[in-house]
Design a protein around this ligand. Structure first.
Ligand SMILES: *Cc1c(COP(=O)(O)O)cnc(C)c1O
Length: 432
């Protein structure tokens, strides 16, 4: 038995190293992980009480700040009432209420399907599209995705993701996907041409994309108008569109969903990360009435045979409902606008800096490329130097290669914001 009082921090770290395999981590060369004791608002605290600003929202999931008492209380109440129940043949009010409330924000969607994480939300979306045409006896199998995309780490999601080398060991088992250029201003015409050429063949099933911001690609951004043009082509050619809003959902882009900026609406939407306010794993795939109705039949084989043990988990649903309550508070909406304004002001200031390239912002996300002399890549050592530099200052930023991005919980205070901005500015001055 571990007796916390008799163990030093180093004992815990050593035990971590003995027993745990961390995600996206080369365990041989990784430094010691930081032992976190508690968190509150935009701050996480290590065992010695040192505060670190969570400037990446703990991998983009946290929206209302850590250990929010309102969400915690709702989870507690739900745990004492109904922790979980099988979701086939049974249902419960938290799931029903969440579905109803979310669909009010997605007026073009009509059904909610639950799963547990962003990757499975994407798998579900792609499987819905493939079976939609299968049920209709139409031969449409091709999936179109954007270059440099990230949709998760399960096989379908990896297949739809960018061809970046990380998935080389699995390549033989991944399915083929047609990729087009992301519709950034410089690539838009080519992107449109590529899509037109692919859909012309008549066998395209769906087009999947991260709307407005490609997160893992390095916070690459493009305009709603550009995406509208691509979706329009899909609509004209009977191709289903999947908006992977796993990262962009819940006001990351300034509006509730990135799709809210679009004139053309997707047929399917994937949500996770911010869904429970960053507290519990839960995800949702929504679809239109048209998609849903292709599965309705006397024929059992037209059923969507997909489900997970914890589908529709009531505690996750309660957390998501609590998060929606918080979004309805004036204070939250004020925080979001303040963050957007504040990023805008910083963007205007920092884009003059000689080391800052392509300073970009979409809502609560700001990103820039750190101009270095050496060739840039994900493994660029500048990434590690920047990471350490910010950690020394009590700020958690995880650059993607030479891309510094900042997307905090919306409750971040003005003081914490300026601390991060000036650290970024200083990093540009001092490193490189
Ligand atoms: C993080 C992410 C995913 C995968 O979500 P997980 O919960 O990590 O499986 C999928 N799509 C996008 C756009 C993401 O940012």
């Amino acid at each position: 038995m571990l007796n916390p009082s008799s163990q030093t921090d180093m004992d815990w770290i050593n035990k971590d190293k003995e027993y745990i395999w961390h995600p996206f981590t080369q365990m041989k060369t990784a430094g010691d992980p930081v032992l976190i004791q508690k968190a509150e608002g935009a701050l996480i605290y290590d065992e010695n009480g040192r505060a670190i600003i969570d400037a990446v929202s703990s991998w983009w999931v946290n929206v209302h700040g850590h250990a929010h008492p309102y969400i915690a209380n709702k989870i507690h109440q739900q745990l004492l009432t109904l922790e979980h129940v099988i979701f086939a043949g049974f249902t419960h009010k938290p799931a029903i209420e969440l579905a109803e409330r979310l669909l009010k924000h997605l007026p073009h969607q009509s059904k909610i399907f639950f799963s547990d994480n962003g990757s499975t939300a994407v798998e579900v979306g792609m499987k819905m599209c493939l079976q939609y045409f299968h049920n209709k006896k139409e031969k449409r199998h091709t999936i179109v995705a954007l270059e440099n995309a990230y949709h998760g780490d399960t096989f379908g999601a990896m297949s739809a993701g960018g061809d970046d080398g990380f998935n080389d060991p699995f390549k033989r088992h991944m399915f083929q996907v047609e990729r087009i250029l992301p519709p950034t201003p410089e690539n838009l015409n080519q992107s449109i041409e590529q899509l037109k050429k692919i859909v012309e063949k008549g066998d395209v099933c769906c087009f999947i994309f991260e709307p407005l911001v490609q997160g893992t690609a390095g916070m690459m951004m493009y305009t709603p108008d550009a995406l509208d043009q691509l979706i329009q082509i899909c609509k004209e050619n009977n191709v289903l569109c999947i908006a992977d809003e796993v990262m962009t959902g819940f006001y990351r882009t300034g509006k509730m969903f990135a799709s809210d900026y679009l004139k053309q609406k997707p047929d399917i939407t994937c949500l996770s990360k911010g869904l429970t306010g960053g507290t519990l794993p839960l995800s949702i795939t929504t679809c239109t009435e048209d998609v849903y109705s292709a599965f309705l039949s006397e024929d059992k084989m037209k059923t969507f045979f997909h489900g997970h043990s914890f589908t529709g988990n009531p505690i996750g649903c309660a957390a998501a409902l609590a998060s929606l309550d918080l979004f309805e508070r004036e204070e939250t909406q004020k925080n979001i606008s303040r963050l957007v304004q504040s990023h805008r002001a910083f963007k205007n200031k920092i884009q003059e800096h000689s080391k800052a390239e392509n300073v970009r912002q979409q809502g609560t996300i700001i990103a820039l490329n750190f101009k270095t002399d050496s060739e840039t890549s994900y493994f660029n050592s500048i990434r590690d130097r920047l990471y350490d530099y910010f950690m020394d200052k009590g700020i958690l930023l995880r650059p993607l290669g030479n891309v510094i991005y900042f997307m905090p919980p919306y409750c971040i205070t003005p003081e914490q914001l300026s601390k991060v901005y000036s650290a970024i500015e200083k990093a540009l001055d001092e490193l490189g």
